[in-house]
Design a protein around this ligand. Structure first.
Ligand code: UD1
Length: 338
């Protein structure tokens, strides 16, 4: 019998791609989303991608009664928890909201799961828990830290998970530390929310390529990297989504949890990414060198070997694919309704 999985934040960027990967892998999937930060068009686009009806419940992870109802009415085997805030800048301005939503959301969810006797969970963590990583490539055993309330909230969540699993070994939790997710589903029907001015590099480059923004600022060219610009481990969102499927399977198989990096292990600089995007989109991408952005590390890339060993995780998409699918989505998103 197929396993039934609840995706909190399932209409968001990574959640929606994971939905498709789970359906492809034969899971039954239920989406929970409050649509605070996701388009209401996502369910119909997911239907177009998968060819099947999409089950969506509009609710908030902080709503314990709603969670209890869902677990009572649907035979859920496991939960993947995406629903969280993710903007570093916003977290500095409003740390309490980040703690309430990210930490409070996880605690509420795990309490409801425990009460319903469901203890298989995949959690969205971030390479941000390494703080300014001293070791490159960064293995899971590297020292942990944080530089802002968003990172702090993810670190607290990891600690809560570790303590809960230590107190009750029936819990099996997969903690996935994402590096830099980019790109879009090859269908061009889902991708990262294109509204507003993006904080992150690839969505910004996409808008410059499309002519929606005049120019990219490259934040610093005097880092100790080959060309002086920041180096990151970009990973295609469909590869990342597949990592969640593999994490679930490992939890089912092993009955115990894991903490793994999801990255490719390969770093690219800002200038390399701009060049790759210009090639994939066949557009000119004007940029200027600007001061460093406070809090940015020079380099960040994963040691991906544990994910390979524990999950059998092998990313398939390269930088060109990441840029090509992002560009396809960028062009499509302008013609799709919000
Ligand atoms: C950022 C967050 C990280 C979060 C992740 C979500 C910070 C310090 N870190 O990661 O906690 O988990 O987003 O995806 O905000 N850059 C430019 N010009 C731009 C934008 C970015 O040059 O307009 C550079 C940055 O300096 C960096 C690289 O591009 O070297 C990647 O930046 P970004 O996409 O924002 O990701 P991170 O900073 O790695």
């Amino acid at each position: 019998m197929s396993q039934r999985v609840l995706l909190t934040g399932g209409a968001g960027y990574i959640g929606s791609h994971t939905y498709v990967a789970l359906i492809d892998a034969g899971y039954e999937v239920l989406i929970l989303d409050n649509f605070g930060n996701a388009s209401r068009q996502v369910p119909s686009r997911l239907k177009a991608v998968t060819g099947a009806d999409v089950q969506v419940i509009e609710a908030d992870v902080l709503d314990r009664a709603a969670l209890d109802r869902i677990f009572a009415e649907h035979a859920i085997d496991a939960v993947i928890h995406f629903a969280a805030y993710k903007s570093v800048g916003e977290s500095v301005r409003n740390p309490l909201a980040y703690m309430q939503n990210n930490v409070g959301g996880l605690v509420t969810l795990m309490q409801a799961m425990d009460a319903a006797d469901i203890r298989r969970l995949v959690f969205s963590s971030s390479a941000t828990v390494y703080g300014e990583a001293e070791q490159l490539p960064t293995p899971e055993t590297a020292p942990l830290g944080y530089g802002n309330p968003y990172g702090h909230s993810k670190l607290i969540c990891e600690q809560i998970i570790e303590e809960t699993a230590a107190a009750d070994p029936r819990w099996a939790v997969g903690v996935l530390r994402y590096f830099n997710p980019v790109g879009a589903h090859p269908s061009g029907l889902i991708g990262e929310d294109p509204s507003g001015v993006p904080d992150n590099l690839m969505p910004y480059v996409a808008k410059v390529a499309a002519g929606d923004l005049p120019m990219l600022s490259v934040f610093g060219d005097d880092y100790p990297t080959p060309d002086g610009t920041g180096v990151r481990d970009y990973i295609h969102v469909s590869d990342l989504a597949q990592g969640h499927v593999l994490s679930l399977k490992a939890l089912e198989r092993d009955g115990t949890g894991h903490v793994v990096n999801l990255g490719t292990g390969r770093g690219y600089s800002v200038l390399e990414l701009i060049a790759a995007y210009a090639r994939a989109s066949n557009q000119h991408i004007p940029y200027k060198i600007a001061p460093r952005r406070p809090g940015d590390a020079a380099s960040s890339y994963a040691d991906p070997s544990l994910a390979r060993t524990v999950l059998g995780f092998e990313p398939k998409y390269d930088l060109h694919d990441m840029c090509r699918t992002s560009w396809m989505w960028m062009q499509n998103a302008q013609t799709l309704p919000d």
